[in-house]
Structure formats: C-alpha cells, structure tokens
Design a protein around this ligand. Sequence first.
Ligand SMILES: Nc1nc2c(c(=O)[nH]1)N[C@H]1C(S)=C(S)[C@@H](COP(=O)(O)O)O[C@H]1N2
Ligand SMILES: [Mo]
Length: 311
Amino acid sequence: MPLYRPSSVPASEITPEACYLDRRTFLAAAAGAVATASPAFSAPLSVTAGNPIANEKLTPEKDVTGYNNFYEFGMGKEDPKANSGDFKPDPWSLTIDGLVTRPKTFGLEDLLAFPLEERIYRMRCVEAWSMVIPWDGFPLAALLDKVEPLGDAKYVAFETIVRKAEMPGQSGFFQPLPWPYVEGLRLDEARHPLTLLAVGLYGKTLPNQNGAPIRLVVPWKYGFKGIKSIVRITLTDRKPPSTWNLAAPDEYGFYANVNPKVDHPRWSQATENRIGEGGFFGANRRPTLPFNGYADEVAGLYAGMDLKADF
Ligand SMILES: Nc1nc2c(c(=O)[nH]1)N[C@H]1C(S)=C(S)[C@@H](COP(=O)(O)O)O[C@H]1N2
Ligand SMILES: [Mo]
C-alpha cells in the first residue's frame, strides 16, 4: 500500500492556524523545512511567495474537512464527512487517454511519486463562501507532460469515480446529479502553473470527503470546477461537458472564473463569507476579487473574451 509521506514538518506547524501568515515568516519557515523534509516533499514554490493571500488566516482544518460539497456522499455540507467513511481510495488507478502520444494508467504509488509542493490557496465556492486551504500536490502540467498531449488537443476532460456501494449519494432514491461527475478545462488553463492535483491537505493524506486520493484545485475558479476522486483524464479537441453546466446551464458556465461582477441568477457574487470566521451576513463578509485574487497570474488567459458571456 503506497504511503503518502508529507514533509516531516507538517503544514500545520509551518503555518499555524492561529497565526496570520506573514510572507517573510512563512518563507523563512518553509526554507527551514527544506533541510529536514523527506525527499518526496519539496519546498513551496514561488507561487506561494507571490500569492495574494499572504495575510489571511488559514481556515481551521475541522471546517475544511467538515463543511463542503461532495454530492456523491449527500447534498448537505456535513454529509461528505459523515458518509464517506466506507470509501476506499487505495488501491486507485487514474487513466489518461484521448489526444495524447502515450496514454497511461497511473497507480496511486505513481501519482504519489510526483514531487509534492504545499500551496496555500484561497478557495471560493459559487455559494458565496470561501476558505484558505494548505494543499499538498503537484501541478497538473507535470502529469500532462508524461503523456505528451498531441497538437490538436485543446481541452482536458475529467471524470470522478462511480462506486455506488461506497458512495451513498449515488445510490439513494433521489439522485441530484447525473454520474459520473465530470468537469473540463481548456488545455492552457490545465497547464497553468497554479492548476494543482492535490493529494493532501494540512500536511496529511487527502481525506475522503475532500476528494481522496486525488482531486483538481483551480484557485481562480468557483469550487465546483475542483472535481474530486478522479479516475479518468481525457485530452480532446471539443469543449468537455461539466456536471453543473449540464444540470443548470443558465446558472453555471463552463469557465466558472470567480467574478464579482457576474452574479448567479439567484444571488450576488460580489461578496463572500470566510468559513470559520462566523457571521454569514455580518461584518465578516468580504469583497470577492476578480479571478479570486489571482488576476495578475491568470487574466491573460482570457484576453479578448467577454467574461459576461463566457461566465
Ligand atoms: N465529484 C465531485 N467533485 C466535486 C463536487 C461534487 O459534488 N462531486 N463538489 C464541488 C463543489 S461545489 C465544491 S465547492 C468543492 C468543495 O470541495 P472542498 O471544499 O472539499 O475543497 O468540490 C467540488 N468537487
Ligand atoms: Mo461549490
């Protein structure tokens, strides 16, 4: 059984939940961690150094793992934690196929062999709540490089596992979504250095409820783009389907870039509630930033596009 071995200095010690992250302090601590880290766990990238969340508090681990969406385990925010105990993320295989030179199936041990990085990202759910999460993972681009996408590949399609026996939300009387959950990115979005495949959080193996053993994290997009428990990645020349867009195309677009100026038809996207800080409607609501604060890094991907039409 492959063991996920995070840094010998857990992320929770490098960046204590109780502390506000000061960029220099964080980098100094991270640099210190390099000396003692296991070889599989590299220092945080400069992405962390330049990131826009340097002064925000990490969301407490109990909220990250206890309040989220994973409809395969139920529709309530506490369902994923309560109902995912029987899910078995090991052994696992992830197949990459489609318009690639070398299609390949990766076992969990192959995936965990990629050099891991800690990335502290601000995450924004379309339901107007947000969290700041220390992920452990590797860039999706590193995986794509292994299979060598062909010149006509323009998009990347993702698919979650279907396992009715272990995922009660897939077998109940009421099925809120069609399975498998699917998502997609344009190839240039998929290759962007911020786009991460996460295998851990808070320096620990990814909990079932957060998408074990491997899930997508795209920090400038609404949370539903972050497809969990991925079993297939397919390179294609056509825009792939995405589950929430299929379910309600007027409410959830393919791009799903965080945009305070484009409201959901039923609620505003101008502000957000930071989970763990209390007061859904109170003073703790903060303004939502274009591209979730990552505009400097990613706005160029959408040059010339009408982001109200391509929401
Ligand atoms: N397979 C699958 N992936 C999914 C979902 C889901 O229901 N099924 N929910 C999405 C939504 S709406 C959000 S906000 C994020 C929440 O994940 P996290 O808070 O655990 O990061 O997962 C996304 N990925
Ligand atoms: Mo979400």
